[in-house]
Design a protein around this ligand. Structure first.
Ligand SMILES: NC(=O)c1ccc[n+]([C@@H]2O[C@H](COP(=O)([O-])OP(=O)(O)OC[C@H]3O[C@@H](n4cnc5c(N)ncnc54)[C@H](OP(=O)(O)O)[C@@H]3O)[C@@H](O)[C@H]2O)c1
Length: 253
């Protein structure tokens, strides 16, 4: 049975970085299935990874047929899925009244529905010692005025991942929700097209390489949540102890 990893959002940012790092870290992987819409970016990964076969799937996860296609490939080939990393996702900042309908449904569809369906499809092919990495965000820890839909989708990912980890514990499959603060990727070009990035986010922009390295380390330690950097760790503690209403008012200014 072929040992594989499945990485979504592999055409850029942290998903791409995830592919590069697991190819080094897990030489037993025979194939890494990389998924995103931009085919040429996925093909570029083949040039960068020499240790493991990269297999690209140019799929749009806002379309239902993408899951049908993946289901068929999984069913036909019956691989052993050792790692799933769900990196596809986007956010659009702005108050709800200023967002377009497609932007709102797109965030919910990609960040929540697609992540859940991909996980559901791949779990039957996983066994003891499997790892699932779900890209949530530090935005999952508290509601964010001005980024309300995005933050709510990430709260879903965090909640879903923690519960799924418990469901899969007896099968020896571990789930880690990755919850970084701002990370220097294309995410920001998409999220802040209409308004300026908040000053405090610019101050703590993290390197995607370091965030992914830490997430992989935390996964191996079987941590349910991975938070990168001391600033974000402190923020996480604040979110637990301070009144939510106060946090929403302060961060929403
Ligand atoms: N950057 C941050 O500050 C930050 C912080 C916390 C959490 N996160 C989360 O981390 C994850 C990775 O983000 P990133 O920072 O690496 O952003 P990114 O560089 O913009 O990567 C997003 C990925 O999602 C893919 N994608 C977008 N729409 C898609 C669709 N309809 N179907 C399939 N794939 C789609 C993109 O590929 P294509 O465009 O080729 O389809 C791309 O590969 C996201 O879930 C994000 O919310 C980001």
């Amino acid at each position: 049975m072929k040992k594989i990893a499945i990485v979504t959002g592999a055409s850029s940012g942290m998903g791409r970085e995830f592919v590069l790092q697991i190819a080094q870290m897990y030489p037993f992987l025979e194939e890494i299935w990389v998924i995103a819409r931009r085919k040429e970016r996925l093909e570029d990964l083949k040039k960068e990874v020499s240790t493991t076969k990269i297999r690209s799937f140019a799929l749009d996860f806002e379309k239902k047929e993408s899951f049908e296609k993946l289901k068929q490939v999984l069913c036909k080939e019956g691989p052993k899925v050792c790692i799933i990393a769900n990196g596809s996702g986007f956010g659009i900042s702005g108050n709800l009244e200023h967002l377009e309908m497609e932007e709102i449904s797109g965030m919910i569809s990609l960040n929540c529905t697609a992540l859940t369906l991909l996980t559901k499809l791949a779990i039957p092919y996983m066994g003891k010692g499997g790892y699932i990495y779900q890209f949530a965000s530090a935005a999952a820890f508290a509601p964010q005025a001005g980024f309300s839909v995005y933050a709510a989708t990430k709260a879903y990912v965090l909640s879903f991942s923690r519960a799924l980890g418990q469901e899969l514990r007896s099968r020896g499959i571990h789930v880690t929700a990755i919850c970084p603060g701002p990370v220097k990727t294309e995410f920001f070009d998409i999220a802040y097209q209409r308004e300026e990035v908040k000053f405090y986010k610019k101050l703590v922009l993290a390197d995607p390489k370091k965030v992914v390295k830490k997430a992989l380390r935390d996964g191996r330690k079987k941590k349910p949540v991975s938070v990168y950097g001391p600033v974000m760790k402190i923020l996480t503690v604040f979110c637990k102890i301070l009144p939510t209403g106060w946090i929403v008012r302060v961060t929403g200014k």
